[in-house]
Design a protein around this ligand. Structure first.
Ligand SMILES: Cc1cc2nc3c(=O)[nH]c(=O)nc-3n(C[C@H](O)[C@H](O)[C@H](O)COP(=O)(O)OP(=O)(O)OC[C@H]3O[C@@H](n4cnc5c(N)ncnc54)[C@H](O)[C@@H]3O)c2cc1C
Length: 517
């Protein structure tokens, strides 16, 4: 076997997945068609959930110098205020997609991932033991001869036109909203008219967003709904962009110096399955939708974090039955939800003359705290809750443990914690990519640790208390998966923890049968 896992596509989803796998010592290769990292950044922001996921793996620190916290969100370009939510404040983080990809590729390389650039996947064969990937060097690299990579699993993170999805025969149903969409970066000094229109604007003919993205650079995104490109495959010209800016907003810059430009369009599609045997899909290969509110790339990164530890468990040989299938069960509904909520936003943006009154009503409604909170949680994917309680779970079992505790299925906020070893946080305790039993009871945890020794190496046991001294976590003990999702929680401390039926069940369900000591 050449690799345990081959990931096709070195965009944000594929690189994040590679990092997750390598964190667990899974031998992983990324096959990427582009010979060099891209300087093109369609994506400009990650949502609050992804900020947490990256923090969980120590990946926010290298991004901080290149981005900024953005404590706002929007629904169909109606502005929302995340700072009005109770509790810990969430924010999206504005950062160029190309920078995020660089940081992820660097981390992947540090962890020993082979990133095979300038190679494209052209064929797949699979049996019940392995997958064979047929990989071809792109023109001018390596003489053009196909070679074969054998692996136990292959993941298609190869974007919206996914070759993997096509070869696996997985349908991609949905709809296309035809329009003329252009995106690119312009040198600010060369485009004073555009520079005078910073912000997100709606017009009867479409939308325009102008945003500073670095010293002397502006990001432009246009969409003209009543117009189609003459040739959707032709490269964008400066003349075409100038004409679009003029039609949309009456802007006229005679000689804008563009750093890059490309087209974009408005497909909303969802893969009918995320898995075909040993082949899986993630990111845009599995779901595409109108890129509003930082949801698209963010949904893909959460796919990667959900899938990584499950594949690693399969490779390491301790995956309980059904673990890998839980990836589709959890993430496909999240993809469907992103498709639905962005389609709703697109409907509110066009046609503006008919939608205007609805938008005004919505603008009034989002002044209400509950409505603002609902939309912020949706935009930041904070409302994604998986159905992780075991069938027939009750709120409190005989031991006082909550198998259907309200926290089960949610992510635990990144609360600062104090442990015997000093100050830390929920996210930092998850850095190694293992499960975590967080014991906040304040009592001696020795019997808890002893009770969980059969899951050593899969689950860490950490006694801690919130650094703020408050009750930010509404539980005495919580069990988290490596992706940060809570699978079990108890309000009262359970001393001989592994002897507790509901905890033993949760450990076995998510972390397999215990090792015999
Ligand atoms: C105008 C615009 C603005 C956007 N803004 C945002 C935003 O602010 N926030 C956000 O979250 N999202 C945004 N998005 C969406 C975001 O860019 C995508 O969701 C994201 O790129 C998807 O990442 P991915 O890794 O799944 O796929 P991709 O980024 O498409 O990566 C797929 C990779 O696979 C490679 N590949 C394809 N086929 C093969 C093959 N056969 N063999 C080998 N390699 C292959 C490609 O070269 C590519 O590198 C925006 C999109 C657009 C168009």
């Amino acid at each position: 076997m050449d690799h345990d896992v081959v990931v096709v596509g070195g965009g944000p989803t594929g690189l994040m997945l590679a990092c997750e796998l390598a964190l667990r010592d899974v031998r992983c290769a990324v096959v990427e068609r582009d010979p060099a990292p891209s300087n093109q950044s369609p994506g400009q922001a990650i949502n609050a959930t992804v900020v947490d996921l990256l923090e969980q793996r120590g990946l926010m620190a290298p991004l901080l110098p290149f981005g900024a916290e953005f404590p706002r969100a929007h629904f169909a370009q109606l502005w929302l205020d995340p700072t009005r939510l109770p509790g810990r404040h969430s924010y999206s983080f504005a950062v160029a997609q190309s920078r995020l990809e660089l940081v992820l590729e660097q981390r992947a390389a540090e962890l020993g991932v082979s990133v095979l650039r300038g190679r494209e996947l052209v064929g797949i064969g699979q049996d019940d033991q392995a997958v064979t990937a047929v990989v071809r060097p792109v023109a001018g690299d390596g003489g053009g001869r196909d070679h074969f990579l054998r692996c136990r699993y292959l993941v298609g993170a190869d974007g919206r036109d996914s070759t993997v999805r096509t070869l696996a025969g997985i349908g991609f149903a949905g709809s296309d909203t035809p329009f003329l969409g252009l995106v690119g970066d312009v040198e600010t000094a060369s485009a004073p008219a555009v520079a005078g229109r910073l912000g997100a604007h709606e017009f009867p003919a479409g939308m325009l967003t102008v945003r500073p993205i670095g010293p002397g650079l502006l990001r432009l995104v246009t969409a003209e709904f009543a117009r189609l490109p003459d040739d959707p495959r032709a490269p964008v010209t400066v003349a075409e962009l100038r004409a679009s800016l003029h039609r949309l907003a009456g802007l006229e810059d005679p000689d804008p110096r563009m750093v890059w430009m490309r087209r974009w369009d408005g497909a909303t599609r969802l893969a009918e399955r995320y898995r075909d045997g040993r082949v899986l899909l993630a990111g845009d290969a599995a779901h595409v939708h109108f890129p509003l509110g930082g949801q698209a790339m963010s949904t893909g990164i959460e796919d990667a974090v959900n899938l990584g530890w499950k594949l690693a468990a399969e490779i390491e040989g301790w995956a309980p039955p059904g673990l890998l299938d839980s990836y589709e069960a959890e993430r496909r509904p999240a993809g469907a939800r992103a498709c639905q909520t962005t389609a709703a936003q697109l409907a509110l943006l066009h046609p503006l003359d008919r939608m205007g009154p609805v938008r005004e009503l919505l603008r009034e409604l989002i002044q209400l705290d509950d409505v603002n909170s609902y939309f912020v949680r949706m935009a930041f994917a904070l409302d994604v809750r998986y159905d992780l309680a075991p069938p027939g779970a009750v709120a409190t079992d005989d031991d006082g443990a909550a198998t259907a505790h309200p926290l089960v299925g949610t992510r635990l906020a990144d609360v600062p914690l104090k442990t015997r070893d000093g100050e830390t946080s929920v996210a930092r305790l998850l850095r190694a990519g293992r499960g975590l039993l967080l014991d906040l009871s304040g009592e001696s945890a020795e019997d808890v640790v002893a009770g969980l020794s059969g899951w050593a190496g899969r689950v860490d046991v950490v006694p801690a208390r919130p650094a703020g001294g408050g009750d930010e976590i509404d539980a005495a003990q919580v069990l988290l998966r490596p992706d940060g999702r809570i699978v079990w929680a108890a309000r009262a401390a359970l001393r001989a923890a592994a002897g507790t039926p509901s905890l033993t069940e949760a450990l076995t369900r998510w972390f397999g049968t215990p090792n015999r000591s």
